[in-house]
Design a protein around this ligand. Structure first.
Ligand code: ADP
Length: 293
């Protein structure tokens, strides 16, 4: 078994500023860092650090080779990452020293250059035993989902960030839908996990659902069973990539054939550790850092 991620890779330019820049204002940043980001990249790293066999497919611009190298150095197969003549997908993030608030401008760039022909090339390279992991940050999501359904490939779908076209996508191949409370509300009209499950079960009866609830844990609905997994109590310093870490470790557990309750526990352990550390990619723990289940 192996995992095929088709997803985003971003360069995050993070500027520490005294306050968020006002319209027309020029502001000196007090610090700056360039970080790897993108939900696809984060989830691929989480899967690889959990010990899963994972391939990543997606598009990078010229400046994105560092992202491909980061994935490769973490053991991710990057043979399906394609270089395109489009600027690298990126985000410009201001973090206010005064209020700890942030303001983020995202540029899709290379992540939005993923075309139909490439969908076919990537899915032709998929093995029948592959599990496909998707988020909603790249182009052609409707085509990818429809093709996975046509080919009978099981999909784990994290429709984040949510967009209105998700409701019209063919989710019939989705084995696992993983959403936080906000995405649950956007997709089903309710952030209540049980009410969301009732709606998902009606629309996509074969799909299992996980709703993550931040520090309150998560609720999973699979094979007629409801499982509540509390979060592990930690001192959180930065919750960026909590969901991505959760998804990577959850899918790694499924790949190992662990019972669903153990996958949830593993994912919760890993994401609890991630929130005790600053940043996205660097906060995602390795399996050896987790206590044994
Ligand atoms: P997202 O990052 O997608 O918004 P959540 O905030 O729901 O996702 O977090 C995903 C998972 O990460 C939670 O289900 C929980 O297991 C873990 N988690 C998030 N925040 C905390 C926290 N403050 N303490 C412990 N675990 C946390």
């Amino acid at each position: 078994m192996s995992v095929l991620i088709i997803g985003s890779m971003n360069l995050d330019y993070v500027y520490q500023v005294p306050h968020l820049a006002l319209p027309g204002e020029s502001l000196m940043a007090t610090a700056m860092s360039t970080n790897a980001g993108g939900k696809g990249l984060n989830q691929a790293l989480a899967l690889a650090r959990a010990g899963a066999c994972v391939r990543h497919a997606g598009c990078i611009g010229e400046a994105g080779t560092v992202l491909r190298d980061l994935l490769a150095n973490n053991g991710v197969d990057v043979s399906l990452v394609q270089e395109v003549d489009v600027p690298q997908g990126s985000a410009v993030i201001q973090v206010s020293s005064e209020s700890a608030q942030n303001s983020i401008v995202v540029f899709g760039g290379s992540n939005r250059a993923f075309g139909k022909a490439q969908v076919m090339i990537v899915l032709d390279a998929a093995l029948p035993t592959d599990r496909v992991v998707l988020q909603n940050e790249i182009s052609c999501m409707d085509v990818i989902l429809a093709e996975c359904a046509r080919r009978g490939l099981p999909v784990v779908f994290n429709p984040a960030p949510y967009s209105d076209d998700v409701a019209n996508m063919d989710l019939s191949s989705v084995e696992w839908l993983i959403v936080n409370e906000v995405e649950a509300e956007q997709l089903t009209g309710t952030g209540d996990p049980d009410e969301a499950q009732a709606i998902v079960a009606k629309r996509w009866p074969k799909t299992n659902l996980v709703v993550t609830l931040g520090e309150r844990g998560c609720v999973c609905f699979a094979a007629g069973e409801r499982i509540y997994q509390p979060a592990f109590a930690v001192d959180a310093v930065d919750t960026t990539a909590a969901g991505d870490t959760f998804i990577g470790y959850f899918v790694a557990g499924l790949e190992e054939g662990l019972p669903v309750k153990d996958c949830l526990c593993l994912a919760s352990q890993a994401s609890a550790l991630a929130v005790t550390r600053p940043g996205a990619a660097p906060s995602i723990p390795r399996r050896s850092e987790l206590p044994a289940l």
